[in-house]
Each structure stands twice: as C-alpha cells, then as structure tokens.
Design a protein around this ligand. Structure first.
Ligand SMILES: O=C(O)CCC(=O)C(=O)O
Length: 282
C-alpha cells in the first residue's frame, strides 16, 4: 500500500499541494459537482500491461464473462469482471498505477478500497450501443465516495463513454436492466425511475475523443452508455471501480451484479478488506 506521512500542523495549502500531479483543483471540483471528469494519461504508463491482461482475460474468461450480442448482430461485444486475483497484469496495474491515489483526491477520501475490475471490448463492426445505465443500483455498496475509471486501450472517437453530468444527484436511481433482454434486473419497484433517453431529452452529455490510457472518472451514480464501434479499430476498455471511507454494504431487491457469492456481509458493514483490499491510504 502506498502512503504519505504528513506533519500534524500542516496548512490547508500544504494539504492541497498533496493532490496528485495529474490533477488540478478544477478536476476535483468538477468531479464533486458533475460526477464525471476526464483524466488525461491516468494509465499511460500501463497500457502494455492492461492490453496483455485483456488478452489473457479473453483467452481464459471468468465465470461472469458475457457476449452481449444477439445472433445476427455484427461484431463482438465481450465483457467480464472481477478478475484481478487471477490476471496478474490487472493486479499490478491496480497496485502500481496512480489510479488509487487519484481516486482518493477525487472522492476526497482518506482510504481507497478496490471494488472490482471490468473489461469491455467492442470489436470493429459492433453496432450495438451500451445501454444507458447507472452502475450503483446493480452494486451492493452505497456511499458518496466512489469512482470508476473507464480507460480505452485504443484511440476512441466513436465508442467513447458517454456520461450525463449531475445524474449522480438525481432523487431516484434508474432501474437496472439486463443488457441483452432489456428486462428489469430486480422486480418492479417504485424505488426506481425508468431509463431516460438523454439524447432525446437534451441532457448534458459529456464525452471525449480519447487516447489509450486516458480515463473518464465517473461516480457509481452517473448515467452512462456508449455508442457502437463501427470503426475499423478495436475498442478495448478497462474499468476500475474503487470506493472510499463512507462505502457500506447494502442489500438490494435481488442478487446484485457482481454477486460475490458467500461474501457474508450484513447491511451497514464496511466491505470486507480481505476480499476488497485497501489500495491507498493517506
Ligand atoms: O465500455 C462500455 O461500453 C460501457 C462501460 C461501462 O458501462 C462501465 O465501465 O461502467
């Protein structure tokens, strides 16, 4: 675990100076206000390792791996998650890249815990968009201090992540759905709002052309999706999910995604740190 010692009577300015060099105060303010911000070059020094990890992951998919296209749909849309314990490249990136320290700054959290890793690959000629969704309602974790870093391992101009600014502050969560069937993930429940159409409703959608290793930092509450990849380039993306000091286990109206069977946690517990290790502490 990385850690920085600081003297007891440091001024606010000195504390602010500990912000990671990849970040400005504007990044932090934007993340706190809008729930989404672009971090240039977050994984720039780790591109080869992440690409190797994605190759290994696709060659030996885990139990949650999914192919997200119906018969006759062109291309390939593969995803898999929770593989860092068996894909050494992912563990190395999680433990040595600046992501965990940058997460602490964005979330304004003293400690950072790993939730999970996620790989999403859209091969050339994949027209299927990633459906609009918020990640939080699928997860068994609640709290305001959380962040996902979505990072392409190929230049992206078309199938970039699209995020609705401010949606992490909406009153009701958006109903989680299954990507293939578009059926609701949990039984109908007043607690959720229907999936909106951000394009039709003129919402404030943030998206960027991105270089390999750039990352979109977005809150678990942010409504997001992606266009299909009808270019001739692959679109390999690595998403890293991290949580902060206020993260607590919460029950949902059904099995969550990821499920982590046998976790044994009770509502209100901190995430068990033998399964969800601390990766940064100030
Ligand atoms: O890569 C995509 O198409 C979607 C990514 C996503 O939903 C995520 O990282 O949470």
């Amino acid at each position: 675990m990385k850690g920085v010692q600081r003297a007891p009577q440091q001024s606010v300015k000195e504390e602010n100076d500990m912000t990671h060099p990849l970040l400005s105060q504007e990044h932090i303010d934007t993340y706190q206000r809008d729930g989404v911000v672009l971090i240039k070059g977050l994984f720039s020094d780790h591109i080869a390792a992440i690409r190797d990890g994605i190759d290994r992951n696709m060659a030996i998919p885990g139990p949650y791996a999914a192919e997200n296209l119906k018969a006759g749909e062109g291309g390939r849309f593969f995803d898999d998650y929770c593989n860092w314990t068996r894909i050494p490249e992912f563990e190395q990136v999680i433990r040595t890249s600046p992501a965990s320290e940058v997460a602490a700054d964005l979330m304004q959290s003293r400690r950072v815990q790993l939730f999970h890793d996620h790989v999403l690959v859209k091969e050339p000629g994949t027209s299927k968009p990633t459906p609009w969704h918020q990640d939080g309602p699928y997860y068994f974790v609640q709290g305001a201090q959380n962040v996902s870093f979505w990072s392409p391992m190929d230049k992206v101009t078309q199938a970039s992540l699209r995020c609705v600014a401010g949606s992490h502050l909406w009153q009701k969560p958006v109903v989680p759905t299954r990507w293939m069937s578009q059926t609701n993930f949990f039984p109908e429940d007043d607690a959720y709002m229907p999936v909106p159409d951000p394009d039709a409703e003129g919402m404030d959608i943030r998206e960027w052309d991105m270089e390999p290793g750039d990352a979109v930092a977005f809150s678990f509450g942010i409504l997001h999706g992606a266009r299909g990849n009808q270019t001739t380039r692959r679109r390999r993306a690595f998403s890293l999910r991290l949580v902060g000091d206020d993260a607590r286990y919460v029950t949902r109206p059904g099995p969550t995604s990821p499920p982590f069977p046998g976790h044994g946690m009770q509502a209100g517990d901190r995430l068990r740190d033998d399964w969800f290790p601390f990766v940064f502490e100030r």
